[in-house]
Structure formats: C-alpha cells, structure tokens
Ligand binder design. Structure first.
Ligand code: PLP
Length: 462
C-alpha cells in the first residue's frame, strides 16, 4: 500500500514513511492510494473474532508487507491488553435501536487510546529497527496529549513535547498529562487556544531547521495516518455485533478534528454497510454549517463543556474534501488557498454528495447538560459531555428507526466533572488506576503563543 498527499506534490510513500512524519512536505495530508475493500461474506466471517483479531484483519492491508504479520499481531494484541473491559469497545443499549459504543476503557479514558496505544508501539518497533531517535510534537485540546504520553513515553527512541492551551483543558485532562513522569516528557501550556497550538505545531513541522540534522518531528495528532486506521476497527466491531453486514448501521460521532468520523467514512467505503454518518458538533459548528448550508467559513471560537470538540478548523476534513474533489489535488489546493479569507461553497452537485454522505447537527451547553441529566434519570447511565452532544445529534438526525443508531462514547464522564455538576449530578469518581491523580506532582511550562518560544524550548531540551 502506498500513500499520496492531498496536495499532490509528493511521490508515493510507504506506511513506515507516513508513520514517521506529520503533514506531507507539500502541506497536504497522506491518504492511501486506494482503499482495501472487503466483501460482505468476508466481513460476515469475522463475527466471532475478538477485538484484537478483528483489528489485525482490518489493519493488515494498510501495512501490507512492511511489518511481518506476527510482529503486527503482537503490537496490536499488546495494545488492547491494557484496556479495562474485556470486550475493549463494549456496546450499551439505551432504547430500542439506540446504542452507545463505549470507547473509554483505555488507560487515559478517551477513545484516543485506541490509536495511540498502537501508534506508540509501532513507532518504537520501527525506530528500534532503524536505530533512530525522533521528536514527537503534538497539540492537544485535552485528550490527545495524555493518550500520546501513555502510548509513547516508554520508548527509548522518542522525546515527547505536548502543547495544550493554557487554562483551557479540564483539571483531569491537565493532570493526566502533567503528572506523567519521565525525562523525555515535556508539557507546554501555550497562552492561546487549541487552534493556536495546532498552528504552532504545523509551522514547526513545516520548518524543522531548528532541530539537529539527525532528528525529525513525528506527529501524534490525527493527521498521522496510523491513528485513523486504528479507528476504523470499532465501526466494524459495533456493526458486527448489531447484525452487520446484513443489517445496516448508523453512527453519530462527536466531532472535533474529523479524525474519528473520517474513520467511519472509510469503514463504509471499505465495504461496511453504514447507513447514516452523523457529524455531531457543539457550538463550534463549522462542519454542521457546511453540511447543512454549504457554508464553509470560520467563526469565533466558543468555549464549551465538550472542550475536545472546541476546534475551529478540522484538520482531517481535508482528507474528505480530497475525495469530494475527485482526488484532484489542484482543485483542492485552490479551495484551501481561499479558506479562512472568504465563505467557501462547493458546487450544488458536490454539496448533494456531502449530504448523501453525512448528516449533522449542533448542540449547545444547556442541551448537553439536559441530555446528561435525562439519560441518567431514565437509564442510570452517566454520559460525558462529548457523548451527550453525540447522542443529542443522533436523536436529531435519526430518521429511519429500523436502522440501529450507535453513538460513539468518546470519553469517560469522570474526565469532565464540571459538565456533570452543571447537569445537577454528582461528579463520578475516577477509575482505580487514576484514583490518586490529584495527589500526583505536576510538571509543565507556560510559554507564549509564539512559534520561536516553542522551538527554542524543544531545542534546549533534547
Ligand atoms: C478527540 C475527541 C473528540 C473529537 O474527535 P476528532 O477525531 O478530533 O473529531 C471527541 N470527543 C473526545 C472526548 C475527544 O477526546
């Protein structure tokens, strides 16, 4: 399998090359030259597989021959052995046809563990083989940072720098990052918002001359293709347990950078019978405005109870746009060059295709709290605010009740106590392995919202 850039300016790359970078050198994102397709019969034959066995089936074609099957199997099996639920991604039924897919049983209590547990082991495997040392640099709106640290910090071959927006992540999220020990671990609190962090990271990747020659930056954000691949698996897993592939399934996905729902889109185009894909947004609703109104324009950032979705520009959306422009990199370049300067629209025909592919809705903080309270009262289930946004949007968009609707539950409620309290409920306690989180010592450095402040810090700490 070879990978190409959405901006069309890079020769096809191997999985290993794509794993060890971030954005493509031309500023685009890597996507596979073509997607593997599975027949219904093949998908049906996977019904009895465990989660790691299923993951191996789905991921193997993307790695195609670059990592021996036995080694890949070991990496995947080790990654999911650390999950607290034996099913890894259990489904919970709320109402007839209405399900929650619990993706928060990994070490850091958010779905990001699904990809980053594997990514950390993949990096370690490849870097060991090449006897190479790299610098991991990532921006986080909260959950990526802790999952990246948990997944990658054990490697002797990496130094990790994670940027988070100063005072804009939840206490639990911050503590989960800043209490991670290790002299290869650095947390930077940037005096700005998440998009500022993301911009600094992008700029550092674009010009890596501040690093010594032997080093390069590796991305752990969802622009890293390996992350996306691992997220395709749970769409198959959920569908198989609900009668797929004979039965179609719909999914609602709390969306920020569009990585998670993009994985669902890929699952569908790899042969999984998916009916609707709901892009669930909070009041940072650029994607909803695009899907509902053909209006792709930046608005002001609002701070919500679902901070991991407080994102102005969803980086992975470019991967979908590339397909929407029939993989014409020149057209995509033209579109992206205008982005941020004017309100962008796609053609009527393209917009129809967008609407055929996705539904969307937007949910504010009051509605989020109302859903949390209502689901707790009715079912005794405590939702985190991101999941609550997802469920509300699922209900807004669920037209065909014969098709099961699965909302991805992206985080454990204990990570977001503030929203739970606002919903009038008692904030749940953290699972046992994190029970002493608030007693652990924190380490982080506050830095200016400035590229050089960040690159100087990296330079003097590797
Ligand atoms: C990262 C995250 C999201 C958004 O996922 P994207 O892949 O960025 O769209 C939603 N909910 C939670 C809890 C997250 O951590």
């Amino acid at each position: 399998m070879k990978y190409i850039s959405t901006r069309g300016g890079v020769a096809p790359q191997t999985f290993e090359q794509v794993l060890l970078t971030g954005l493509a050198p031309d500023g685009g994102l890597f996507v596979p030259e073509s997607l593997p397709r599975f027949s219904r019969a093949e998908i049906a034959s996977w019904r009895e597989l465990t989660y790691p066995e299923l993951a191996l089936k789905i991921v193997s074609p993307f790695v195609a021959g670059e990592i021996p099957a036995e080694d890949l199997k070991q990496i995947i099996f080790d990654s999911y052995a650390a999950f607290a639920d034996p099913e890894v991604a259990p489904l919970r039924r709320l109402e007839e046809g209405e399900y929650i897919l619990e993706l928060f049983h990994g070490p850091t209590l958010a779905f990001k563990d699904f990809a980053l547990q594997v990514l950390g082991r993949l990096l370690d495997y490849v870097l060991k083989k090449k006897d190479q040392r790299v610098v991991i640099l990532g921006a986080t709106s909260g959950d990526t940072g802790s999952a990246a640290l948990a997944g990658c910090r054990h490697s002797d071959h990496v130094d990790i720098f994670i940027l988070h927006p100063y005072q804009r992540v939840s206490d639990v999220q911050r503590k989960q990052m800043t209490t991670v020990p290790g002299d290869n671990v650095f947390n930077l609190a940037v005096e700005g918002n998440f998009d500022d962090c993301q911009r600094i990271v992008k700029a550092a990747f674009a010009d890596q001359s501040f690093l010594p020659d032997s080093r390069q930056l590796v991305a752990v954000n969802s622009i890293n293709w390996a992350r996306i691949v691992m997220q395709i698996v749970y769409y198959f897993s959920a569908a198989l347990r609900l009668g797929g592939p004979e039965q179609k399934i719909s999914f609602s996905v709390p969306t920020g950078n569009f990585g998670d729902i993009y994985a669902g889109y890929l699952a569908k185009h790899m042969g999984l019978p998916v009916d609707r894909l709901v892009v669930a947004t909070n009041t940072n609703d650029i994607l909803h405005r695009f899907i509902a109104n053909n209006d792709y324009s930046i608005s002001a950032l609002s701070k919500t109870f679902s901070p991991s979705m407080d994102i102005l520009v969803s980086s992975n959306f470019e991967r979908y746009l590339f397909d929407l422009f029939d993989r014409d990199a020149a057209k995509l370049n033209e579109f992206m060059a205008k982005f941020g300067k004017e309100t962008l629209q796609v053609s009527a025909e393209q917009w129809q295709r967008v609407k055929d592919e996705f539904d969307s809705s937007t949910v504010n903080d009051d509605q989020t709290c109302a859903v949390i309270a209502e689901v707790y009262d009715t079912h005794g289930v405590l939702l985190d605010p991101h999941t609550a946004v997802g469920l509300k949007c699922a209900r807004d968009c669920w037209a065909d009740k014969r098709v099961p609707m699965v909302t991805l539950s992206t985080a454990h409620p204990a990570k977001f106590g503030e929203a739970i309290k606002q919903a009038g409920l008692e904030s749940p306690s953290l699972p046992e392995h994190l029970a002493d989180l608030f007693e652990r010592e924190e380490r982080y450095t506050v830095v200016a919202n400035d590229l050089n402040a960040v690159t100087d810090f990296i330079k003097s700490n590797i």
